[in-house]
Ligand binder design. Structure first.
Ligand code: C2E
Ligand code: CA
Ligand code: CA
Length: 748
């Protein structure tokens, strides 16, 4: 079956050729058959015609013989009177014989039937028309037929016949002559020929004149010689004299005697009277017969060809559609109709450094897409993806290639290489994908991060380019709704990050992590609490700052273990320090988003507090604003649960992210931390000063505590104090320190 599908058109052409050959074969056989039949019919007609003519003439010859016999008795022929009496007696009005005459061997006519009133000629030797046949009659033992002519008395075309009367010594004594009315004498032939639609000519071998042509009453036919050479040329392969002897019938194709039309000729020689019986039928007759059937065959052929063609076309189109569907299934993403990875791998394979056009790969990742899937279900997620892909299609040019890479990742391959244009394109894509998504009753706000790498300048294989675009995308993602063009620095960062990742996985086991504590004090330097800050010292990498490795820990799924380590160590050490120093102070613990969103986080915190027997009202959890990107209702619920246990919540890095007053009002927050970056510039920048003033006034309005961090000098402290800040953290008072250092600090 698959062979049939593959060779569909070849099979069709073979069928068509076979049918054409069959048609040609049929046509030739049919044509031959028709010709054969036609020739057969015509030849039998020729035979009948020739035989009939011969027997007619034989009849007349017998008549002349009888007359001759009567006239020879007692030499009656010498008596003109007696002769006329015999003539008149025999002459029958109804017969085609029109009259009789007698001539001396010297050509002089001396007796005739009484109906012949006046002579046309007196001496038959005088005129050429009569002379030769008369002499022939004198010389011949047989009846001789003269040239057909028009008789003015009878107003008839007449065929003359002559026969010599011989004495006992076989000497010609007289020639008896008669004339046959052409019209009446050959009647039966005419009717016969009419039936067959054929033409017959009786041609004289001796002088090439037409003896008889039943369809032609025009005397001119009989007055000129016919070019008889065609007989000789057409019959050239046979011996002309032998043919005459054989009396066989011959058929051939030639142009008709009285025109240019081609005709089928059948000829038979009537030896006794030296006449050719020539029967002709125009070829058009044959063609007519042939085409009557042929046209039906042709029609059947045409109709079946068309029908079979239509059938094959239908099968072909069906196959093409199936092929296209298969191609589509294989190369396109079912959900978005963008290209899929299979297509991508083909693109990848076709890539060569020298032969391929330079291109740029935009690795697009939709920000916060996971939220929709998790909180609203996959149906909504799918609809968002469809909408996002439509937006991408709307911005792509016909040459660009759009691929759904996985989940919410898209690849946008473009032949644009100019950085300025690429930036413009990336901005445009981010702008488009950040428009609200109206899906049924919901209105989702998403964003996109884009990483861009270029072939061949960034890498020689597609895989490499894709990896670098992915790196750049991660770089962009750390800023959200951003794009980033790949550069080697990014690669190095990733290599370093990879190294960190590997070391970090072992770091917890090897006890490379430990805690430092930075005191939070009042304006007099009295300790109110500490912030727990994690530290990592690796043998190979040295000391790695937490804002670097926390993010990595989150991305490689290590945050759960690291977070538990931080919680456990901090609570254990602080509980011990409080016992040793006999002082009560608060402890702030930083909680990362990933850690916070873990199901068992709440239980873990409560269990640890119980285990290390530390009053929960001394504990503050520091969260950051980027937490609010996640499901805000879940966060609010969780925060309220902590509140029930008197655990305080502090909003870290306040003012650097997207917090809105609205969120602040809704969430059970106890404390705002003014970020170090504002404090740094509070003396130099008016904007930062106003920012801090704003934060302080918000906190006061909402009745929240304020902690200012990163204070390094007195001026900053005074400035903050003036604004209404009461709790401070910074190098001015103390740097983060180890457990033992903190004990000294507490005892001071
Ligand atoms: P953060 O929570 O804003 O922590 C304050 C950072 O400012 C600390 O850096 C601290 O050492 C530094 N700092 C405080 N006062 C001064 C000052 O006067 N001058 C200067 N130059 N720096 C000051 P650190 O310890 O490197 O931590 C960086 C960030 O890493 C933290 O920012 C926090 O986001 C994260 N982090 C640190 N420890 C933890 C942890 O245990 N858990 C989690 N989830 N995140 C942590
Ligand atoms: Ca903090
Ligand atoms: Ca901070």
């Amino acid at each position: 079956m698959s062979f049939f599908r593959k060779k569909l058109w070849s099979i069709y052409y073979i069928l068509l050729i076979a049918a054409t050959l069959a048609l040609i074969l049929f046509s030739t056989l049919f044509w031959n058959q028709i010709q054969k039949q036609f020739i057969h019919e015509q030849e039998s007609l020729t035979k009948i015609t020739a035989n009939s003519i011969e027997s007619i003439f034989l009849q007349y010859e017998t008549l002349l013989d009888v007359l001759g016999f009567q006239l020879s008795a007692n030499n009656t022929y010498n008596s003109v009177h007696q002769t006329q009496k015999i003539f008149d007696h025999i002459l029958d009005k109804k017969s085609a014989v029109l009259g009789f005459a007698l001539a001396r061997p010297n050509g002089v006519i001396y007796a005739k039937s009484s109906n012949l009133t006046h002579n046309l000629v007196n001496n038959l030797l005088e005129k050429e028309e009569t002379r030769s046949t008369f002499l022939k009659a004198v010389a011949s033992e047989n009846m001789v037929i003269g040239r057909t002519y028009f008789h003015s008395t009878f107003k008839n075309i007449i065929v003359p016949i002559r026969k010599a009367i011989r004495s006992n010594e076989n000497e010609v004594v007289s020639v008896i002559m008669s004339g046959i009315d052409l019209n009446r004498g050959f009647d039966f032939l005419k009717t016969q020929l009419d039936e067959y639609e054929k033409d017959i000519v009786l041609l004289r071998e001796y002088d090439s004149f037409v003896q008889f042509e039943p369809h032609n009453h025009n005397i001119s036919t009989y007055l000129k010689k016919v070019d008889k050479s065609f007989l000789i040329t057409q019959l050239k392969e046979f011996d002309y004299d032998k043919i005459k002897e054989s009396e066989k019938i011959y058929s051939f194709k030639y142009k008709t005697l009285f025109g240019d039309e081609t005709a089928l000729f059948s000829v038979k020689y009537i030896k006794k009277y030296e006449l050719w019986a020539v029967v002709m039928a125009p070829y058009s007759l044959l063609y007519e017969q042939f085409f009557q059937i042929e046209i039906i065959a042709l029609l059947i052929f045409l109709i079946t060809s068309v029908l079979i063609y239509q059938l094959f076309k239908k099968i072909y189109l069906h196959e093409e559609k199936k092929k296209e569907q298969l191609y589509h299934q294989a190369n396109f993403d079912e959900l978005t109709s963008l290209y899929n990875r299979t297509y991508l791998s083909r693109f990848e394979k076709s890539l060569t450094i020298k032969g391929s056009k330079p291109f740029s790969l935009l690795f697009i990742d939709i920000d916060n897409f996971k939220n929709i899937n998790d909180n609203y279900g996959h149906d909504y997620g799918d609809k968002v993806l469809i909408e996002a892909s439509k937006r991408l299609i709307s911005i792509a040019s016909s040459q660009d290639i759009l691929v759904r890479h996985s989940g919410d990742e898209f690849l946008f391959i473009t032949y644009i290489t100019d950085h300025e244009e690429l930036r413009y394109l990336a901005r445009k894509i981010i702008e488009l994908l950040s428009q609200p998504y109206f899906i049924e009753q919901y209105n989702f706000m998403l964003g996109a991060s884009i990483g861009i790498a270029q072939f061949p300048q960034d890498g020689s294989s597609f895989d490499e380019i894709k990896r670098y675009a992915d790196f750049a995308m991660y770089e962009a993602k750390s800023h959200k709704n951003h794009y980033c063009i790949f550069e080697n620095k990014i690669k190095n960062n990733y290599i370093k990050q990879f190294e960190i990742e590997q070391e970090m996985k072992l770091g917890l086991m090897k006890k490379e992590f430990y805690m430092h504590y930075q005191p939070q004090v009042d304006s007099n330097g009295n300790i109110l609490g500490v912030e727990a800050l994690v530290r990592w010292h690796n043998k190979n990498l040295g000391v790695i700052p937490p804002n670097e490795f926390i993010q990595i820990a989150e991305s490689i799924g290590l945050m759960k273990n690291l977070g538990e380590f931080i919680l456990k160590t901090t609570l254990m050490e602080i509980s011990e320090l409080q016992r040793l120093s006999n002082k009560r102070f608060k402890v702030s613990i930083n909680v990362s988003v990933k850690q916070f969103m873990q199901k068992e986080f709440y239980e873990t915190v409560l269990n640890m507090i119980k285990k290390f027997n530390i009053p929960s009202e001394l504990i503050t959890l520091e969260i950051t604003e980027n937490m609010f990107i996640e499901d805000i209702r879940y966060i609010a619920r969780l925060l309220r649960k902590f509140k029930k246990h008197d655990i305080a919540i502090s909003l870290d890095d306040f003012g650097t992210g997207y917090s809105s007053l609205n969120i602040l009002k809704k969430l059970p927050i106890d404390e705002l931390k003014i970020d170090k970056s504002f404090v740094d510039d509070i003396l130099r920048s008016k904007e930062d000063l106003h920012m801090v003033e704003g934060i302080v006034s918000i906190a006061q309005k909402l009745n929240l505590d304020i902690v200012a961090e990163g204070i390094e000098n007195r001026q900053q402290l005074e400035c903050l104090e003036q604004m209404g800040c009461r709790v401070y953290q910074g190098y001015l008072f103390a740097k983060p320190m180890s457990k033992s250092d903190l004990l000294h600090f507490l005892e001071k």
